[in-house]
Design a protein around this ligand. Structure first.
Ligand code: SF4
Length: 717
């Protein structure tokens, strides 16, 4: 695309950009693509007090935008994007996140996804605390928020625009930047052709990398929101805002946030090289640790380690990542973990031969598309990473569902006839990549696989005569969402961390494996329940405020281990209290417990939202047995010594002379029983009934006892 294309404006609204005050623009933007409505809605004090921002605003707006009968592909469904009040400050690392909320095509319930890139903060500085997009366009459109001119437009997307992100993000810059320097002030949200043809579409949030002179993207991956985006015929959401400054949020007390920021930057500078080395390696540092502790998903979560894992560990990626360029995904993030493999020549697919920058890979992509599929070739992982991103496909769901397909193929559930010739054995990178291209093109077996694990289980049982119980055991999904990439078999708390989530098994709600399995810090059900109360609430808080979780505990103060509760990183919790009060000026917030209460309100509201949509009860917190223990003889026998010992010591069952099947059945009964006991303990701690319903007292305590919320809950009590 050389010259700026002509485009037709379908609707527009002028507005006064105004000034963000204490982290809030104090209004949200509503866009309806069915009738081209554009409107401004006020942010009420109640919204700020109870829902805070980010995920909280998204849930509140979605609740009022849809009904109990709304389906993901109804025009009423919405995509809401909101940054949160702290989002956009430049004094502290990890403050550029956006939170996306929508009804999911894979879970049919409420989904939230946390993503970097510049869209959220620029949206706020352009005058909006959230954008809420409802309706469906007839033809592809762009929603353009011009925070320089004070104008919101719905534009018919010019025909020459591509759909796949790596080209589209460049075209958007050419289309909307008046000069090279303006590119920094533009961010787009887009998906790709894979999001159109599958249910696992992700959203790509761009930011312009000045040093590489190219747009880069971060993904809101989970739950198929990219699929909703393309179903609405949105080509891109675009925001322009020029002149981000250290005080663009107009915080209540700038000195207060600067003080903790300065301390934190020094801490990162001094400690990161000695701790996780995020600045050079990023999240791939986790691969070796997970492999060493038998936690790296391998062959569809059958195992937790593999002899070839050394080919995809952090050191390998450190050599591939372009070093010497700060890789923060928002200004001021000195932890700078968003690495990129620059100048990679694509070997396959429609862009074969193109030289591209690959954003990542992150740990989840390496583990999900790598070890979990038995693929240990870094180039194959770069190929998958790149094409997942540009096609708008979530790498976690792609990895986990491909691993499931591979196990089904090896178990004889699938064959070459069904897969259209793809030999989907573990380790066949070529076949995995072709499966991905099929999703991008909307062809062949890719169309079936792209529906996700839950639907595949049904199709394989109904159409290919597979045993539904076996598929249920090995299909790594819960609530319809594919598992993220940690083996939870030896950590009961992590089984709960995955199963007792609002949106489905994603580690951003709770990651307790080390506390539980490695350090044995939470031995009793009560301890685990306390952790499954505190940590999901704590992690939720980042999503209310537009924050990245990584600077909380991927870097810790040098003396953190000597504190009373090192897993909480108490000094950093206090930093966040300072940031929140410093930005919003809320004097009622004094301690970390006050932050937890904010999350509790939103978390419980989301639970009730699930109830309203027909989910959210105990039966929906069930998890596949593969996440609790060994499903197959092969799995049991690979760790027979461990399991035999547990049978003797924990179950009081003598494994001597017993068949593997007998031992597996006994172990299974024990582990399933443990999980049920854990659920009881967690529900009690969270103030829920035995069926997982927040009680009326809980709603009242959290000030979310709105009549319509109480009405939903009463139907279940
Ligand atoms: S720590 Fe990494 S992911 Fe988080 S904000 Fe910084 S660069 Fe982005």
């Amino acid at each position: 695309m050389s010259a700026k294309p002509d485009y037709k404006v379908l609707a527009e609204m002028d507005y006064k950009v105004g000034q963000v005050e204490r982290g809030y623009a104090n209004r949200t933007l509503y866009v309806n693509l069915s009738d081209n409505t554009i409107a401004s809605k006020p942010v009420t004090q109640e919204m700020k007090d109870i829902f805070i921002g980010g995920r909280g605003f998204g849930l509140w707006l979605l609740w009022h935008g849809i009904g109990a009968e709304t389906k993901w592909n109804d025009p009423e469904n919405e995509i809401v994007i909101s940054p949160g009040p702290i989002g956009g400050i430049t004094q502290y690392p990890g403050t550029g996140k956006s939170l996306v909320v929508s009804l999911s095509p894979t879970t049919h319930s409420v989904m939230d996804s946390n993503v970097g890139g510049h869209f959220g903060p620029l949206l706020k500085f352009a005058g909006w605390d959230a954008i809420e997009v409802q309706g469906k366009a007839e033809k592809d459109v762009i929603v353009y928020v011009d925070g320089v001119k004070g104008k919101v437009s719905i534009i018919e997307a010019p025909a020459e625009l591509e759909t796949n992100t790596h080209i589209l993000a460049e075209q958007i810059l050419e289309m909307f930047a008046e000069s090279e320097s303006e590119k920094q002030g533009i961010s787009s949200v887009s998906a790709g052709t894979g999001a159109e043809h599958t249910l696992i579409g992700c959203l790509n949030f761009s930011f312009y990398d000045v040093r590489r002179r190219a747009p880069r993207v971060k993904q809101a991956g989970r739950g198929g929101i990219g699929t909703v985006f393309r179903d609405k015929k949105i080509k891109a959401l675009v925001v322009k805002y020029l002149g981000v400054k250290g005080d663009s949020n107009h915080p209540a007390d700038r000195e207060r946030i600067t003080k903790v920021g300065v301390k934190m930057h020094k801490e990162i500078h001094d400690n990161d090289p000695l701790q996780c080395n995020m600045r050079q390696v990023g999240t791939p540092y986790l691969v070796k640790i997970m492999n060493d502790y038998d936690l790296l998903p391998t062959h569809n979560f059958k195992f937790g380690s593999h002899p070839e894992a050394e080919k995809i560990v952090g050191e390998v990626w450190k050599r591939r990542f372009t070093q010497g360029i700060p890789d923060g995904c928002w200004y001021g993030c000195t932890l700078s973990c968003s690495h990129s493999v620059d100048g990679y020549t694509l070997k396959t697919g429609p862009y074969k031969g193109q030289v591209v920058n690959v954003d990542g890979p992150e740990y989840e992509t390496i583990a999900g598309c790598g070890s979990n599929c038995g693929i240990f070739d870094p180039d194959a992982l770069l190929e998958i990473n790149f094409y997942c991103d540009t096609y708008g496909i979530d790498t976690i769901s792609f990895g986990t569902l491909t691993a499931f397909v591979m196990e089904c193929y090896e178990a004889g559930v699938l064959n070459k006839e069904i897969t259209g010739g793809l030999e989907l054995n573990f380790g066949n990178a070529e076949a995995a990549i072709e499966l991905l291209h099929q999703m991008g093109r909307g062809e062949g077996f890719g169309l079936i696989a792209g529906q996700g694990v839950r639907r595949m289980k049904q199709i394989f049982a109904e159409e290919y005569g597979a045993d539904p119980a076996f598929l249920q055991d090995i299909g790594m999904e819960a609530k319809g969402l594919e598992y993220s990439e940690y083996v939870s078999k030896e950590s009961l708390a992590q089984q709960g961390g995955y199963g007792l989530t609002n949106k489905g098994p994603q580690h951003d709600e709770a990651w307790l494996i080390f506390m539980d399995m490695v350090n044995n810090q939470i031995p009793t059900f009560e301890d685990k329940a306390e952790a499954l109360h505190y940590f999901p609430m704590w992690r939720t808080w980042f999503g209310l405020n537009g924050l990245c979780k990584l600077p909380w505990n991927d870097i810790v103060p040098a003396d953190n281990a000597e504190t009373d509760e090192p897993a909480k990183v108490p000094e950093h919790v206090q930093n966040y209290v300072e940031l929140f009060v410093g930005v919003t000026g809320r004097q009622d917030v004094k301690s970390g417990e006050d932050l937890i209460r904010m999350s509790e309100a939103v978390y419980n509201f989301q639970r009730v939202f699930n109830l309203r949509m027909g989910f959210g009860t105990r039966e929906h917190d069930a998890i596949p047995y593969r996440s609790m223990g060994p499903v197959t003889v092969e799995e049991y026998e690979s760790r027979a010594e461990r399991y035999d010992k547990q049978l003797k010591e924990l179950v009081g069952f003598d494994p001597e002379g017993k068949t593997t099947e007998e031992k597996m059945a006994t172990l299974r009964k024990y582990r399933e029983d443990q999980y049920e006991k854990l659920i009881d303990a967690v529900y009690e701690r969270r103030g829920w009934t035995k069926n997982g319903i927040p009680t009326l007292e809980t709603l009242k305590r959290l000030r979310i006892d709105f009549p319509e919320v109480v009405e939903v809950v009463k139907q279940h009590l």
